[in-house]
Design a protein around this ligand. Structure first.
Ligand code: 0A1
Ligand code: ZN
Length: 877
C-alpha cells in the first residue's frame, strides 16, 4: 500500500512551461510558531501560449492562506489549490503579479527538504524539489528568475539573516523583530534558493579575484565552533584561485557565504552565494577529525564552489540532465585535489571509490544511465552513477581531446551557455564545434547503463617482430536496456620490454592509435605492431583511462612485473590489487593459492615498501588487501560472504606470517613529524603506518596489542580512530574496551559519535546486530539526524557483508525494520540505506531468498514513501 503516487516521469515528455516567471519577490516572517511566506511572482505567458491556458504551479504539503492577482483577491472558482499544486484556471493573457501566502511549520519538517530547523537555526534545502515546500512555484530548473528576499525574525533567536546574493537593506522591525533584504541579480532556478536565520558565529576572510575585485568570505557555524572552520576557509580560497588558473573562471558576486548545519540530507549544497553544508564537511581539528575528514572538507568545499560556474551560471534544463552539472563538477573537484595533492594517489582513491560504489550500482538492479530517461522519485537519482561515472565521462573526453582542446571546448561552453539551462547534447556539441571532432559515438556513454567489460588477448611473433593485441568490449544487459551499443573507449597504454623499459614500435595497423592512446571504437579491435624487438608486457588503461572492467590474460608474473616496472603508478597499484584479488577469490571458491604465488606477492609488497622513489601514501594504497566487499563483487555470483571472509583471513595470514617482523620494524620506524598537519605528506605517512598496522592485525597476532597501544598514545584522531576501527573490524580481544573508551572519551561530540557508530557497525561478530538494536533503541539516540543514521546503518549495509548478508536473514531484517521506521521521518535517508540490498542478485540462493523475504515483508507491511517504494520495486523486479 502506498500513499504517494507512483507516476513515472519521462525525458521524452519534456516541454517548456506555457508561462515564465520574470521575477520573484519573497517575504518571510519567521516566528517561533510558524513561518509565513508571501510570494509575489511576476509571470507572463510565452509568445506561443494560447490565451486561457491554465497555469499550474507545484506545491508540496502547502496550505494556501490567500491569493491575489495584480492586487485583486481571486474568487474561489478562479483557482484550485491542493497540497501538491495550485492551478490558476484562466490567467491574464499578459504580464501579471501572482501574490500568494502560505504558512509553514519548519519545526515539524523532518524530511529536511524546504524550510526546516536544525539545532534552532532556520535553513533551507531546495534541490531538487524543495522550493515547492516553501511556496507554490514552477519548481523546475529551466525556470530562471532574479530573486529578492525580505526576512523578518526575532533578533534574539536569529540575529543572523542570510539569503542569496547581496544584502541591500536591514533594520529594526519592532516587537523584538528585525529584518534583512537580499537581492540576487543572477537569474536562477528555484533549487538554488536559500535562506538562513539563526544565532550563529562566523569567521571571515576575503579573496581578491583575478580582475582585482575583493570578495568578502564568511563561514557561519554554531557558536564555539569558529576555530574549527579555518581549514574550510583555506580550502575555499584555494578553490577560488584554482578555478581562475585552470578554467579562467572568476567569482561573480561581492560576497560568498557558507553555513554549517547539523541536520542535512547530503554533503552540501551550492545555493548561489550561500552554500549550506553538512557540518561534518566544515568542522575540523586534529583531536577530532581524521586526515580523511580534512581531505573530504577540501574536496566538498571545492565542489560546491565550482558549481558556481558548472551548475549555477549554467544549469540543467531538467533533472534528467543532472550529470551535466554533477559529473562535470566532480571532475573539476577531482582535478583540483589532484593538483593540490598527489595526482596518482588521488586517482587511485577516486577509482577505488568508483569500483566500490559505482560498479556495483551499474551491475545490479539499480543500474541506470548517467543520463536516465525516466524516474519516479528524482531524489533517488543523486547516485554514484550520475556523479562519479559522470566525472569519468568528462575525464575520457579530456583524454580523447587532449588538454588544449578540452579547454577550448570548456571555454566555448561557458561562452555559449552562460545564463542558460541546458542539456548533455549541448555540452557535447561545444566540444565538437570547438575542435571539429565527431562525438556522435561518445555520447552513448551518457545514455547507456552498465560497466563495459574489456577482454584482452595478445601474441608475439619473434621471427617477424610483430606484436598483435586484440581488445573487445561487451556490456551486459541492464534493467530496461537489453541491447547495448559499442562505446568509444580511450585506452591509454604502453608496451614494456623485458628489461622494464618502455618499448617502441615502427608501425601499427588495424585501428586508431594516437601516441599512447588506442581508440577502441568497435566490438573488437585487433592491432598489429611491427618492429617490436621482444615480447612486451602490455600496460593497458593507464591512469584508468576508461571506467571498464578489464579481463586480461596476464599471468601473475606479468602483473608483478608491471607492479615493479610500469611507469604508470595507477597500473602498478592495480597490478598488485589484481594479484591478491585473484588469489583470494579463487581460494574462496575452493582453489587455494600455491606457496610460490604467495611468496612472489609477498616479495613484491616488500620491494614496494622498500622503494625509496615511491611516496608513502602510494605505498599505503599498494599494500592494502582488497576488502571482502570488493572480493564479493569480483566473484559476482553465488557469493558466500563467510567463505570470502575465511579465505581472506587465511590468505592474509599466509602473506603476513613470514614478513611480520619486517612489517613491525617498518611500523616502529615510520615517524610522522609533529605537530599535526593535515597536509598530504604527513597524511601519507600516517596512512602507511596505519596500513602496516592493518596488515599486522589482519594477518598476525602482533597487531592487536600494537593497535591498543597506538590508540592510547595517539595525539590525533587519525591515529586514534584507525587503531579503534582496525581493532573493531578484526574484532580483537581489545576491541570492545577501545570502543567503550572512545565512546566516553568523546561523549558530547556528535561528529565523533558518528565515528564510533561507523566502527561499531563494522564489527564482524555475531553480537553486532543486537548491539546496533540497542544503540537505536536508546532514548537519547538522535533518530532524526541523517549523519547518525547513515554512520550506523549505511556503514553496516555497505561494509559489513558477513553480518548484513547473514545466512539466517537477521541482518536483512534488522535493516528493513529500521528503514520502515526511518521512512516515516526522512524518506531520503531511508531509501539510501535500502540501496544496500542491491547486492542480492550476487549472493548464493539461500541468502538471496532471505534478503527478498525481508524486502517482501517491508513492502507488505508499511505505508512507504515514493523514495523507498521506487528502490524496493527496482530491487525486487
Ligand atoms: N547539488 C548538491 C547535492 C545535493 C542534492 C540534494 C540535496 O538535498 C536533498 C542536497 C545536496 C551537490 O552536488 O553537492
Ligand atoms: Zn554537486
Amino acid at each position: 500500500m502506498r500513499t504517494d503516487s507512483e507516476q513515472t516521469i519521462y525525458l521524452k515528455d519534456y516541454a517548456p512551461t506555457p508561462y515564465r516567471i520574470v521575477s520573484v519577490d519573497l517575504d518571510f516572517r519567521i516566528l517561533e510558531d510558524g513561518t509565513r511566506v508571501r510570494a509575489q511572482l511576476t509571470i507572463e505567458p510565452r509568445a506561443e501560449t494560447a490565451p486561457g491556458t491554465p497555469l499550474v504551479l507545484d506545491g508540496d504539503e502547502l496550505k494556501l492562506d490567500s491569493i491575489a492577482i495584480d492586487g485583486a483577491p481571486l474568487v474561489l472558482s478562479a483557482y484550485v489549490a491542493d497540497a501538491n499544486s495550485l492551478t490558476i484556471v484562466e490567467p491574464p493573457n499578459r504580464r501579471f503579479v501572482l501574490d500568494t501566502q502560505v504558512t509553514l511549520q519548519p519545526e515539524a519538517n523532518t524530511r529536511l527538504m524546504g524550510l526546516y530547523r536544525s539545532s534552532g537555526t532556520w535553513c533551507t534545502q531546495c534541490e531538487p524539489e524543495g522550493f515547492r515546500r516553501i511556496t507554490y512555484y514552477l519548481d523546475r530548473p529551466d525556470i530562471l528568475a532574479p530573486f529578492k528576499v525580505r526576512m523578518t525574525a526575532p533578533v534574539a533567536v536569529a540575529p543572523v539573516l542570510l539569503a542569496n546574493g547581496n544584502p541591500i537593506d536591514r533594520g529594526d522591525a519592532g516587537d523584538g523583530l528585525h529584518y534583512a533584504v537580499w537581492e540576487d541579480p543572477f537569474p536562477k532556478p528555484a533549487y538554488l534558493f536559500a535562506l538562513v536565520a539563526g544565532d550563529l558565529g562566523a569567521i571571515t576572510d576575503s579573496f581578491t579575484t583575478m580582475s582585482g575585485r575583493k570578495v568578502d568570505l564568511a563561514i557561519y557555524c554554531t557558536h564555539g565552533k569558529e576555530g574549527e572552520c579555518h581549514y574550510a576557509m583555506d580550502s575555499l580560497k584555494r578553490s577560488m584561485a584554482w578555478d581562475e588558473r585552470r578554467f579562467g573562471r572568476e567569482y561573480d558576486l561581492d560576497i560568498f557565504n557558507i553555513v554549517a548545519v547539523s541536520d542535512f540530507n547530503f554533503g552540501a549544497m551550492e545555493n548561489k552565494g550561500l552554500n549550506i553544508f553538512n557540518d561534518r564537511l566544515v568542522f575540523a581539528k586534529p583531536e577530532t577529525a581524521t586526515d580523511a575528514n580534512y581531505h573530504g572538507i577540501e574536496r566538498v568545499i571545492a565542489h560546491e564552489y565550482f558549481h558556481n560556474w558548472t551548475g549555477n551560471r549554467i544549469t540543467c534544463r531538467d533533472w534528467f540532465q543532472l550529470c551535466l552539472k554533477e559529473g562535470l563538477t566532480v571532475y573539476r573537484d577531482q582535478e583540483f585535489t589532484s593538483d593540490e595533492r598527489s595526482r596518482p594517489v588521488q586517482r587511485i582513491h577516486d577509482v577505488q571509490n568508483l569500483r566500490t560504489s559505482q560498479f556495483p550500482e551499474d551491475g545490479g538492479p539499480l543500474a541506470h544511465p548517467p543520463r536516465p530517461d525516466h524516474y519516479r522519485e528524482i531524489n533517488n537519482f543523486y547516485t554514484t552513477t550520475v556523479y562519479e561515472k559522470g566525472a569519468e565521462i568528462v575525464r575520457m573526453l579530456a583524454t580523447l581531446l587532449g588538454e588544449v582542446d578540452f579547454r577550448k571546448g570548456m571555454d566555448l561552453y561557458f561562452e555559449r551557455h552562460d545564463g542558460e539551462a541546458t542539456t548533455i547534447e549541448a555540452f557535447i556539441k561545444v566540444f565538437e564545434d570547438a575542435t571539429g571532432t565527431d562525438l556522435g559515438q561518445f555520447i552513448t556513454w551518457y545514455l547507456q547503463a552498465g560497466t563495459p567489460q574489456v577482454e584482452v588477448s595478445d601474441s608475439f611473433d619473434a621471427a617477424s617482430q610483430t606484436y598483435t593485441l586484440t581488445l573487445s568490449q561487451k556490456v551486459d544487459p541492464t534493467p530496461g536496456q537489453p541491447d547495448k551499443q559499442s562505446l568509444l573507449i580511450p585506452v591509454r597504454f604502453g608496451l614494456i620490454g623485458p628489461n622494464g623499459n618502455a618499448m617502441s614500435w615502427s608501425g601499427v595497423s588495424g585501428g586508431t592509435v594516437r601516441d599512447d592512446l588506442i581508440l577502441l571504437d568497435k566490438d573488437s579491435v585487433t592491432l598489429t605492431f611491427t618492429g617490436v624487438a621482444n615480447k612486451p608486457v602490455p600496460s593497458l588503461f593507464r591512469g584508468f583511462s576508461a571506467p571498464v572492467k578489464l579481463r586480461s590474460s596476464l599471468t601473475q608474473d606479468d602483473l608483478l612485473f608491471l607492479a615493479r616496472h610500469d611507469s604508470d603508478p595507477f597500473n602498478r597499484w592495480d597490478a598488485l590489487q589484481t594479484v591478491s584479488t585473484n588469489l583470494i577469490a579463487e581460494a574462496a571458491q575452493g582453489r587455494r593459492w600455491t606457496a610460490a604465488q604467495a611468496d612472489a606477492l609477498r616479495q613484491a609488497l616488500i620491494d614496494t615498501l622498500d622503494n625509496p622513489e615511491l611516496d608513502p601514501a602510494f605505498k599505503a594504497q599498494a599494500i592494502a588487501i582488497p576488502a571482502e566487499t570488493a572480493l564479493g563483487r569480483h566473484i559476482g555470483k553465488d557469493v558466500d560472504p563467510d567463505a570470502i571472509a575465511r579465505a581472506r583471513h587465511d590468505f592474509v595470514t599466509t602473506l603476513v606470517g613470514p614478513m611480520a617482523d619486517q612489517l613491525e620494524a617498518r611500523y616502529d620506524a615510520l615517524t610522522v613529524p609533529e605537530p599535526y598537519s593535515p597536509d598530504a605528506a604527513q597524511a601519507g605517512r600516517r596512512s602507511l603506518r596505519n596500513g602496516l598496522l592493518t596488515l599486522l592485525t589482519a594477518g598476525s597476532d602482533r597487531g592487536a596489542a600494537l593497535a591498543a597501544s597506538q590508540y592510547e598514545a595517539a595525539s590525533n584522531m587519525t591515529d586514534r580512530y584507525a587503531a579503534m576501527a582496525i581493532s573493531a573490524h578484526y574484532w580483537t580481544d581489545e576491541a570492545q574496551a577501545l570502543l567503550g573508551d572512545f565512546r566516553t572519551r568523546f561523549a558530547g561530540d556528535p561528529l565523533v559519535f558518528d565515528k564510533w557508530l561507523t566502527a561499531s557497525a563494522q564489527a564482524p561478530d555475531d553480537g553486532v546486530i543486537e548491539r546496533m538494536r540497542a544503540i537505536l533503541a536508546a532514548p537519547d539516540f538522535p533518530r532524526t539526524n541523517p549523519n547518525r543514521l547513515r554512520s550506523l546503518l549505511g556503514s553496516f549495509v555497505m561494509s559489513n557483508p558477513t553480518q548484513f548478508a547473514r545466512a539466517d536473514g537477521a541482518g536483512f531484517r534488522f535493516v528493513t525494520e529500521a528503514v520502515a521506521e526511518i521512512d516515516k521521518v526522512n524518506p531520503q535517508v531511508a531509501s539510501r540505506v535500502l540501496t544496500g540490498f542491491r547486492i542480492l542478485p550476487t549472493l548464493e540462493a539461500g541468502r538471496r531468498d532471505a534478503g527478498r523475504a525481508a524486502l517482501d515483508a517491508l513492502k507488505a507491511q508499511h505505508t512507504l514513501s515514493r523514495n523507498v517504494g521506487e528502490i524496493l520495486d527496482r530491487i525486487l523486479a
